[in-house]
Design a binder for this molecule. Sequence first.
Ligand SMILES: [Zn+2]
Ligand SMILES: [Zn+2]
Length: 281
Amino acid sequence: MTTPYICVTCGTQFAATERAPQRCPICEDERQYVGWDGQRWTTLENLARDYHNVIRAEEPGLTGIGTHPSFAIGQRALLVQTPGGNILWDCISLLDEPTIAAVRALGGIAAIAISHPHYYSCMVEWARAFDAPVYLHAADRAWVMRPDPALAFWEGEARELGDGLTLLHCGGHFAGGTVLHWAAGAEGRGALLSGDILQVVQDRRYVSFMYSYPNLIPLPAATVRRIADAIAPYTFDRLYGAWWGRVVQEDAKAAVARSAARYIAALGGDGQAAPGGERGP
Ligand SMILES: [Zn+2]
Ligand SMILES: [Zn+2]
């Protein structure tokens, strides 16, 4: 009798074992942390008993799916509905019967794509329930804790998914860090689904870029510039981050440009940068 255990702190499901794993490499990595009560594990059955998913429209053709109360990192996934089949962007740990029924009612899932390993979560459960491939950037292959034939590793800088959806390789937070460009989003003005490769910050006119968010480890200026350059050829007006409400509602392309410029200026400055982005002499 084996169980695919789930790490309580990061939400990652591991390959089935008889006893819970000793450690979680995702949490032991400096981009995460081991929970303050030590390494703890749960199962999908336990999750389904204590939590449920909230499914809520973000805009026409885009539905958020998030767990309540918040579990692990607390991200919500996004279901992009397109004529050629729906794409699930990013993933969450809890998948239960009510969620499967609700997603089927929205047209199911033709494919799953995930920004980076912190959101791999229970991707294999979702892939099996909807018979969908999972697109992951090959540069993060080593972070897969539950291998499965449904996982499809892609390489390079961009991958078309059809219906105006394009995966863009950004790197940064993770070597394979990926965002999803949705040309039809924001009423045709374009949307960028960024996970936390570009993280929408509290001032939702800006995003930020970090190697580690919980441990506040920044990225080098050259990396931030490369992320901004990777998405610069694409048109978008709105940007969806990884959590409910973390959305740059309008003028998002300019928001990314000014956010990258502010970040790079702060790194290159003398440490005396004044609030509001004004630079001293
Ligand atoms: Zn973990
Ligand atoms: Zn992350």
